[in-house]
Design a protein around this ligand. Sequence first.
Ligand code: SF4
Length: 362
Amino acid sequence: MSAGFSPERILIEAGAEDLPMTRRILARLPGVPVETLRALGPWIRQTARDADAARAAKNWLVISRYPGTFLKKCPGTQGFVCCNYWVINAATGCPLDCTYCILQGYLENNPMIRVFANTDTLFSELERAFAAARGRRFRVGTGELTDSLALDGLTDLSRELVPFFARHTNAQLELKTKTDQVGNLLDLAHQGRTVIGWSVNPPPVIASDEQGTAPLARRLRAAERCQSAGYPVSFHFDPMVLEHGWEGAYREVVRQIFETVPATSIAWISLGGLRFAPELKPIMRRRFPESRLVCGELVPCPDRKLRYLRTLRVPAYRRMLRWIRALGPQVPVYLCMESRDVWEAVYQGPPSELQNLEGLFG
Ligand code: SF4
């Protein structure tokens, strides 16, 4: 399959030179200049001097050993309903370039696209964590600080992760992407324990605010291929952009999803309105002056993030829920990063079942 991302330069941190993933990446990028270095700091400072540092940082690929713990509980947000998600941070940074991406705000400390090649440490850590809590069900994702599949054509990480999760009955993996790079997945023995997920938006939003990503039709085609290979699939309407005419555009995406894959193959769908930290606003304005997203009427919420008014969000979620339920009554639908009172207003039910979302995911 095509490697997808092709950096201008590869930087290898000392200690990661001889790891199998490092050798694999180098074999796939012949001719790309490679440097081995002791410290990344000077390179980060050099990148930060670029007028568009966030863009410049996407030209380089750093290969490192991760010194810390790979598996972490998703931090969630205080006062917001938590969906009990765990995250594996096997890479940070992303070759795609969405206007609203939170990673743009991390430039000071962590601007580069960086993969952690010590997968032996990752898998022994996961093995220990899953064995130590057999009664617990781990829902795990890899897309907190990157896109789960945008680097997979270089790293082949999915080819190790998917069979690993197939062997662990108390864990479920979700690979969430805005690409159509699923070639690595189709022949794997997954046992239904990996869900392949797509963030989706109407085509005009993708065209204006999700640069470098696959158009909607290609994402849906990729979902169809994964579903045909037996994978459960998921869809994330996140971030929803509630601009004039959003109803028709989002309803059409819902229709296309259910036309493409059977409802019984959809593991879950999430809804989340556009939100970002106030610090991101000037960065978005500077980097994407044409984007309409910064012009939306967003207000500060208790977690400091800017969101659409609750009076806009709640009816929008309720409509989406109605459209989804009409085509897939059994498909679990959850809200991402929303408060308990928003959940109650949308679902019009008691909050007890929201305390622990495990039930929602079956
Ligand atoms: S795909 Fe995700 S990680 Fe990549 S640029 Fe877009 S929002 Fe950021």
